[in-house]
Every structure is written in structure tokens, then in C-alpha cells.
Design a protein around this ligand. Structure first.
Ligand SMILES: O=C(O)COP(=O)(O)O
Length: 178
């Protein structure tokens, strides 16, 4: 389901009125299962660290609630990596609306022409398109969200290595594929 964050989805759809209890149960399971179901991806970790070392600003614009995102960042050891984080709790209108991306650009104090937005879902690419940033569709995890985008991203990559090779060709000489 796309649109509201998980807490919003529970509040809007659960017939049982005990939404708070359902949300707590959801977070209990989310934390419990995270390490088992979301495996560390060394290539993506290295890529993010390399981009950070190169001086790129890194940001997240997610439909997730802040609480779930913070659990995920903790489990993935990514607490100190991102310069801006916009979650589903921080916007009035979720992706595919461009509000989240626009907020991130504003926070980073950069123009849309200076940003690249990577995403694996239709909502990501539509949001990037509307925010007029360079969009990159990625299908490099086994369970990416969208098979075919209705609006074509500016670029597509189906592996992290392919993306790193591209970065090398555009001049990120220190970005080595591992
Ligand atoms: O997977 C989700 O819950 C939200 O996905 P997103 O981070 O691409 O917005």
C-alpha cells in the first residue's frame, strides 16, 4: 500500500478501534524481525560511505514513519550517515507528491538541478519527476517495489556495481567497485 506511513495505514484501515495497541504490536514485530529479514548489504554500505567521503550530501525521503525508519537505521548501523531525513511523519502529502523531496532540498540548501534521487518504486520516480530532480530507478535488491515505471526515470541501474561504474565514468575516480 502506498500513501500514509505505517501508523497512518493502521489508523485508517484497522476495523478494531484499538489502534494504539496495534501500532505498538507492529513496532514490536518490526524490531524483532528486522535483523532476520533485512540483511546487511555490503556494497550499498560501501557506496554510501564512499559518497559521504567524497563530500556528497546524503538524504532519505521515505514514506515510512520516523519511528520505523529510526529502528531500521539503527539495525543497519546507518545512524550518522544522512544529512537530511524526511519521513512520512514530516509531510502533509506523501510520495508521489514532491513535498518530501522539496523539503529535503530546502533543508540541504541545494537546487533541484544539483540533486539526484534514487528510488525503487513508482511513487519515488513520480515524486522525483515532479520535484524536477534527476531520477534514477534502481532494481538492485531482490525485492524492489516496481517492475516497470509509468514515467521513465532519467537513468536505471540493476546492480550497485553498474551504478559505481557510472560514477567512475562521470569522474568519481575514487569510487571503486568492490
Ligand atoms: O517501504 C516503505 O515502507 C516505504 O518505502 P520508501 O522508503 O521507498 O518510501
Amino acid at each position: 500500500m502506498f500513501g500514509p506511513s505505517e501508523t497512518g495505514i493502521i489508523r485508517e484501515n484497522l476495523i478494531d478501534s484499538n489502534h494504539d495497541q496495534a501500532i505498538e504490536l507492529y513496532y514490536e514485530k518490526y524490531s524483532e524481525k528486522h535483523r532476520e529479514l533485512v540483511l546487511d548489504n555490503e556494497k550499498i554500505n560501501d557506496l554510501l560511505l564512499q559518497l559521504k567521503r567524497e563530500g556528497y550530501k546524503l538524504g532519505i525521503v521515505t514514506g515510512k514513519a520516523r519511528r520505523s525508519l529510526l529502528i531500521s537505521l539503527e539495525c543497519l548501523n546507518m545512524n550518522d550517515l544522512f544529512d537530511v531525513i524526511i519521513t512520512g511523519d514530516d509531510v502533509d502529502t506523501p510520495k508521489p507528491h514532491p513535498e518530501g523531496i522539496n523539503k529535503a532540498l530546502e533543508h540541504l540548501n541545494i537546487k533541484n538541478s544539483e540533486a539526484v534521487f534514487l528510488g525503487d518504486s513508482e511513487a519515488d520516480i513520480l515524486a522525483g519527476f515532479q520535484a524536477k530532480v534527476h531520477t534514477i530507478g534502481v532494481q538492485w535488491l531482490p525485492n524492489y517495489q516496481t517492475l516497470e515505471f509509468s514515467v521513465q526515470p532519467d537513468q536505471m541501474f540493476s546492480s550497485v556495481d553498474e551504478f559505481i561504474q557510472h560514477l567512475q565514468t562521470i569522474g568519481m575516480n575514487n569510487c571503486e567497485s568492490k
